[in-house]
Design a protein around this ligand. Structure first.
Ligand SMILES: Nc1ncnc2c1ncn2[C@@H]1O[C@H](COP(=O)(O)OP(=O)(O)OP(=O)(O)O)[C@@H](O)[C@H]1O
Ligand SMILES: [Mg+2]
Length: 358
């Protein structure tokens, strides 16, 4: 039986492991932390920094390696890639870890982005803010997630404070995009070059954290988003599931960032599409034919942040699917999600109101 190695053992690894089982594919995770949601369903090897033995053990036990987070040391990724196929590649990881390189990649492929400047000093911050005007958004180039490591600057007085908060890290200053809505596009490519694209998903964030995703989201820019992501996959010679987050402003697509992995905005595909993003990723990295991405109806994925709603109440809703990650509840932490599926969009949106009030 083939074993796929996964770097990271959080909820994405957990759902990848669950999707691999029916295909007769085993998984094994490598984790750098003590709390590992994936450990309920698959083996997890704990690795401390520079623990070459744990790394070797892991690599020896798997045929192919993938990730649930792009934020892994590149040196580490290089060591793995020297022994086993690694998807995404070291080169793609390097780009996806760095908001600056990501935006440069988008631009090189004629994909719109917000205006941006790399920032490495208070002077460069002042200069860039003058060019972009206010509001603008200062972000750490590396290791940001769920809106962490970001500050919206509204006036000159904000510059010093933001510099004191974030100045020790490499930074990027972006123009603020007055978007009408946010969407993401998820696609997959296998080793043979077969590509399958999911329909556009609409995403709503609160305090920088994804709260709700709806799909399929019918929008005239769907086709352009698909073309852009398809070109990126080919350009990167990419294998696996890949996600691009876009803003839509003035009927224009503006790419925000990409993720070389399964994505929170694709959780609806578990019940709402012919093939889930997790199974699709496993298929892609194992060089199997990709599945249909056709949506089954309308789906709404509701992230459970801080705590899980009452399971009995959720399961009493027709078409509701409950997913707990078995994580210690903590404010601003994604601890699970609920997906509502149905034929009637308005009915599903109505059901979501019940969940919001739980
Ligand atoms: N330039 C911008 N203009 C307007 N809003 C922005 C901008 N950049 C980020 N945001 C808002 O903040 C959210 C989080 O930003 P971003 O996706 O860049 O960071 P992140 O920490 O990687 O988030 P996530 O982990 O949820 O993807 C965006 O989805 C958007 O709502
Ligand atoms: Mg984002």
């Amino acid at each position: 039986m083939k074993t796929v190695g996964i770097i990271g053992a959080g909820q994405l690894a957990r759902m990848l492991a669950l999707a691999a089982y029916p295909l007769g594919i085993k998984t094994k995770c490598l984790s750098f932390t003590d709390e590992n949601p994936a450990s309920d369903v698959t083996d997890v090897i704990i690795c401390r920094e520079d623990d070459n033995k744990a790394l070797k053990d892991f690599v020896n036990q798997v045929e192919v390696v993938t990730i649930e987070t792009e934020n892994i040391p590149l040196e580490f990724a290089k060591k793995i890639a020297a022994d086993k196929p690694l998807y995404p590649s070291v080169e793609t990881l390097a780009i996806a870890q760095d908001r600056l390189q990501e935006k440069q990649l988008f631009r090189s492929q004629n994909i719109n982005t917000a205006e941006f400047f790399p920032i490495d000093s208070l002077e460069s911050l002042k200069h860039a803010a003058k060019q972009l005007g206010f509001p603008c958004v200062l972000k750490t180039r590396f290791y940001g997630y769920d809106g962490k490591g970001q500050a919206v600057l509204t006036c000159e007085q904000d510059l010093m404070h933001a510099w004191q908060q974030l100045g020790e890290h490499p930074l990027i200053l972006e123009s603020f995009v007055p978007f009408e809505l946010e969407v993401s596009l998820i696609a997959a490519r296998n080793l043979q070059g077969q590509i399958e694209v999911y329909p556009l998903t609409r995403n709503e964030h609160q305090n920088g954290i994804l709260r709700v995703s709806q799909a399929p989201y019918k929008h005239p820019l769907n086709e352009l988003a698909q073309t852009q992501v398809l070109n990126l996959l080919k350009h990167l010679n990419y294998v696996g599931v890949f996600t691009v987050e876009f803003f839509i402003a003035n009927n224009t697509l503006i790419a925000n960032e990409c993720a070389p992995r399964v994505h929170n905005s694709g959780h609806w595909t578990i019940e709402g599409a012919d093939t889930s993003q997790f199974e699709q990723h496993i298929r892609a990295v194992c060089n199997l034919p990709l599945g249909s991405t056709k949506p089954k109806g309308f789906s709404l994925m509701h992230n459970c942040i801080g705590h899980m709603p009452d399971i009995e109440k959720i399961l009493a809703i027709p078409g509701a699917h409950y997913h707990t990650y078995n994580k210690t509840p903590r404010a601003s932490r994604k601890v699970g999600h609920v997906t509502l599926c149905g034929e009637n969009k308005l009915e599903v949106l109505e059901q979501d109101k019940q969940i919001t009030s739980m």
